[in-house]
Ligand binder design. Sequence first.
Ligand SMILES: CC(C)(COP(=O)(O)OP(=O)(O)OC[C@H]1O[C@@H](n2cnc3c(N)ncnc32)[C@H](O)[C@@H]1OP(=O)(O)O)[C@@H](O)C(=O)NCCC(=O)NCCS
Length: 326
Amino acid sequence: MSPFTCVLGSGHAVPPRILTNAELEQMVDTSEEWIIERCGIRQRHIAAPGSALSDLATQAAQQALSAAEVAAADIDMIIVATVTGDMKFPAMACLIQEKLQADNAAAFDVSAACSGFLYSLHLADSLMRTSGYRHILVIAAEMLSSMVNWQDRNTCVLFGDGAGAVVLGRSDGSNGLLSTYVKSDGRHHKLLFNPGGSQHPPSHETIDNQLATINMAGREVFRHAVVSMTDALNAALEQAGLTSADIDLLIPHQANIRIIEGIGKRCKIPADKVYVNVDRYGNTSAASVPIALNEAWRGGRISSGDIVALVTFGAGLTWSACIIRF
Ligand SMILES: CC(C)(COP(=O)(O)OP(=O)(O)OC[C@H]1O[C@@H](n2cnc3c(N)ncnc32)[C@H](O)[C@@H]1OP(=O)(O)O)[C@@H](O)C(=O)NCCC(=O)NCCS
């Protein structure tokens, strides 16, 4: 039997409402030119107030199940990467399980911020190898618009909402996840965080003092992002016995075009082998890589046999990479 876990199908969904840079100009002291030049973002999708992220995630999951030709009843486990679930508890994975009627699964969430999708793939791959599971559904879904401080120009221009999903199964050949790598450094947790939690439960004071919104030291985060993603990519490549010259398509976390270009340069991967959609979605956190993967696959950017490298970075700080042969 092949030792590999493979991706059987993928899907993604974003809310219909588009928030443009021109609209942000009306909300904070910023400009269309600044956002495009410093971040490469032209627009982002934002969920309607009161909408459920689990609905968006379910749409992405249904698309992935349909592409994989796997019935919801045949899913053994649902792992959802998110820091913006519908409720504090239960896990959003359980809400999605109900919506999908995936009654034979076990379901739970993973909290690793923007690295959550690849942390989940790492976990799912290990479980596929060591348990009798045949199919694991990995979803990454975020509604960061619900925790953005819309008066803070340093952060509110960057983020968007969305969901991506993959169905994993057992490979019957040489295709599949060749390696996964995960790493974190909690010493830097104050560079990117949302303090709203059990230490600061909801109150008038926490709302007034913006204690339930995103805080970020942008410049430092930028620096760590480039170094950490380069480290993750090199580690995952080495583990797979490959080099960056073997990569057919690099799908990096979509946070800022300058970070993406920085990784391409450091890893010597030409721009035409790097997938970019940050201009259309902004930073959708954990959902960013699976959204891009689904677009690239459906858009014909990935062919059978291709080596695809996924790499992410996020709050924690966390970083991770995965090498897949399609
Ligand atoms: C946030 C980020 C875009 C800022 O870009 P930058 O080139 O580093 O900008 P700086 O932080 O050096 O700030 C430069 C100036 O632009 C200003 N600025 C910040 N946001 C602005 C905005 N939306 N519009 C206009 N000016 C802005 C700053 O206030 C600063 O002004 P000052 O020099 O008068 O203080 C960039 O640092 C970044 O992308 N960091 C990583 C963020 C990230 O990816 N987070 C998620 C990780 S998963």
